[in-house]
Every structure is written in C-alpha cells, then in structure tokens.
Design a protein around this ligand. Structure first.
Ligand SMILES: [Fe+2]
Length: 263
C-alpha cells in the first residue's frame, strides 16, 4: 500500500482549510460571478479587495478577491489551534528550510506565509474575526447557496511527495488511487477537519490549483447554478460536469480553472 501511516502527533495542530485569495483583473466582473451568481456574501470590500463568506460560516472570509494585473492564486490558508501552535508551525517550516514571513492580514490575528516543497504558497493563522450567523437568514440565500468552503484540489508533480509532506503535518489520507505501472500514488485525498478532504493532489504538471470547492445543500442547487450560468453568459466557464466522482461519491461541477503564477 503506497500511503504512509497516519501521523497522530504532528508538530502543530492544523484545524482545517480556511480560505484562499484570488488575484483578479476586474473586481466588478469577479463580484458579478462570486456574489451575484454563486451567492457568496460580501463581508467587507474596498477598491482593492472583496471579502466573502458562505452561508454557514462564522469566520470573516473563505475567499478574498484582490485586484491585480494578472489572474493568479495566492496562498492556500489553513487555521491552526491557537497562537502557540502558530509559533510552532513557523518554527517547523523554518527547520524544513522553507521561507517563513509574518504578514498583516485584515480580519485575522498574527499570520505567516510559507511554501511547501513543491512551491505551493501556504498561509497559517489562529484567529479570524467572528461574524453573526446568517444561516437562517434565508432571504440572503442566492445562486448555488454555498454553505461552506470544503477543499482545495491541486495538481502535484509528485503525489507521493505531496502526501508524505502533508502527512507530517497530520493530514490523513481518506482515499487514493494508485498508478498500476509505477506503484506510486496517482491521486490522494487528505483531511484534517474530518471531511473527505481538506486538500487533494492529482498527478499532473504543477504545482497548480485545479479548484477550490464549496459544500452546497443538494445536487439540485448545482443543476440550478448550471441553468443560471448557461443563460447569463457563463456557459464557457462550465469546465466539467455535472457528474458524480467515483472517489468521494461527490456530486459536482467544476468551473473555470484557477492557477498559480509566480509572485
Ligand atoms: Fe474537488
């Protein structure tokens, strides 16, 4: 079996994935999609950034749209247990020889950014502004009715290496596929929060973010969103689906692929 044994004593405690920043060239057009079409809720916005959350989330943001010249993906952000675990996390990445930089992030406590060995930009923090619940404010539900961010899915140039690295951090493999020819991992799904996955890796040219995913109430919400997208100018952004994954059994569709660029 090609997957490593679970690590029950990671160097610091990562609770779950948290959010990601997407650099977009036109904030207004991105707002039209993520807010008016997808149904995410605006929690803060200015000329540079739009902060968004999904309907069941108490944290301030699961997605940040940042104005920039070229579309690109920023750090994949994870929440850790407390400030002590955050400090231990920064020390651990420095011991691995990865660059660690403390940064100011609006609506978050102390935050550091770093990279995994393949160059995937990562962000860690312990506390985020906590907002009033809106999950029973049904007048606000819109679009696909996104409930919460669920996972990141990345292309990895070496899935075995990615799984081994994140396994050190306590990410456990829930499902995997094996390459019959090499005996190595073809793809793997790993979690911290208790779902099917927080971050998954598929063999391919990378590192690249293939998609970020949101949990929605029912498969019909996905059909409704597809109807909406197909009739409001987004038909070319429907990349794949609707369908059901063999792994995870998830009903899904995927729209326009984000990717990392060097920055
Ligand atoms: Fe996915």
């Amino acid at each position: 079996m090609p997957i490593p044994a679970p690590n029950f004593n990671p160097p610091f405690n990562i609770l779950r994935l948290s959010h990601v920043e997407l650099v977009v060239s036109e904030l207004a057009r991105s707002r039209a999609f993520y807010v008016d079409t997808l149904g995410l809720q605006v929690t803060d916005e200015n000329d540079e950034r739009i902060y968004l959350r999904a309907m069941e989330e108490r944290g301030h943001h699961c997605l940040v749209l940042k104005k920039g010249n070229e579309p690109q993906v920023g750090e994949l952000a994870f929440k850790v247990f407390d400030e002590a675990h955050l400090e231990r996390g920064a020390e651990w990445f420095e011991q691995q020889g990865q660059p660690v930089q403390w940064v100011d992030r609006a609506h978050q406590s102390k935050t550091f950014i770093t990279r995994d060995p393949h160059g995937v930009p990562l962000e860690f923090y312990a506390r985020m502004d906590r907002l009033e619940p809106i999950h029973q404010k049904y007048a606000l539900y819109n679009g696909v009715k996104p409930l919460r961010i669920d996972h990141f899915n990345c292309f990895s140039p070496n899935v075995d290496e990615s799984v081994a690295f994140y396994n050190q951090l306590g990410f456990r493999v829930t499902e995997y596929t094996e390459d019959e020819d090499t005996g190595g991992l073809w793809a793997a799904w790993t979690h911290r929060k208790g779902g099917v996955h927080d971050i998954a890796f598929t063999n391919g040219r990378g590192p690249r973010l293939h998609h970020l995913a949101f949990w929605v109430p029912t498969p019909l919400n996905i059909i409704d969103l597809l109807d909406l997208m197909a009739t409001t100018g987004y038909v070319d952004n429907i990349e794949r689906g609707p369908g059901r994954h063999g792994i995870s059994n998830a009903f899904f569709f995927i729209h326009s692929r984000p990717r990392w660029s060097p920055h």
